[in-house]
Every structure is written in structure tokens, then in C-alpha cells.
Design a protein around this ligand. Sequence first.
Ligand code: 5GP
Ligand code: MG
Length: 181
Amino acid sequence: MNNDIKEILFSHTQIVEMATKVAKEIERDFKDNENPPVIVGLLVGAVPFVAEVIKHIDIPVEIEFLRVKSYVGDTSSGALKIYSHLVTPIKGRDVVVIDDIIDTGLSMKQIINMFVADGAKSVKVGCMLEKKARHEVVDFDINYVGSQVGNQFVVGFGLDYNELYRNLPYIGVLKESVYKK
Ligand code: 5GP
Ligand code: MG
């Protein structure tokens, strides 16, 4: 698996720093809140990052996960499929949606619309990585960003290529030869 990686962009140590920064920003925004916010991680990609973020949040929060799928291979299909639902009623709650990476923003836009339609009091957005150069429909604020990344396809720490490489403890770029297999 490691042999398929051309270059490491973010080490595990750097990712923990990114997660800690995001955690402290969430803490700052909700420390005086009457009700705990609901942190919604998008399955599967956001699992490692959300797991790291919540360890560093020092205020009450609820944790939920939603199974979505937006990508086939290495291009965004634009259409998001939702395979599960939340147990927590979202009406009147402050929601923080966290994804692994925001590229075009099409996936996140659909999730935000869904939570707004469900009557969320507020919807904030976070991600481990942001591909700023590529935003198509980002007319929403991204409130919590681990780091910016260039316009290249990355894997690891939750990010997959055809469902593989999510278990890498770092984020890197795949060798071209992997795509040609
Ligand atoms: P968007 O809808 O913002 O274009 O795409 C968001 C989703 O596309 C992410 O949740 C992620 O699954 C996938 N994605 C976007 N860019 C990358 C990338 O560089 N690497 C991987 N592995 N997935 C990506
Ligand atoms: Mg994803």
C-alpha cells in the first residue's frame, strides 16, 4: 500500500494538528451554547478525521454519522447518494457537518440543503482538506478547515481511491501507475 504512494503531503502529526485546530474553533463557537451542537461526520471518508477532532473538543457535543457517496473513481459525479439517516432529530439543533475533503462543494451543498429543510437551527461546515481552486457551487461558508490542498487527487486518512487507501495514517498522492492497473 505504501509503495503506491508517490508523495506524502500531510504526515500523521500534521493531521493531528489540523484536527486540534478545528476542535478548538468548534469549542470557541459553541462554548456558550444552550444545547450541545450535533457533529455529523460523513461516512466513510470523514471517520478518521472526526475521531481525531472530537478527542480535542472540551465542551459537550453529540456525534452522528451519515453514509453518503459522491465520487466514482477520481471524478465527482455531482450527484450525491444518501444511504442512511440520523437518529437524532435535527429540528432546532445546531449542526456541524464534517467531510474529509470539499472539492467542487456539490456534495456539501446538498447536505446543507437537507439539514436546512429538516429545520436545523444552524448548519456549520467543516472539512479536513479544502480544494479552493475547484469550488463550483461554494456559496456557503466553510467554517472549519484543516488545511488547503492543491488541485490533485489525494488519498489516506479516510480519503479513498475506489474505496482503498482510507486506512493510511497520512495523506498522500498516488503514483500514476495505480490508475492504470
Ligand atoms: P465535491 O462534491 O466537493 O466535489 O466532492 C466531495 C467528495 O469528493 C469528498 O467527500 C470526497 O469523497 C471526494 N473527493 C474530492 N476530492 C478528492 C480527492 O482528492 N481524493 C479523494 N480520495 N476523494 C476526493
Ligand atoms: Mg467522501
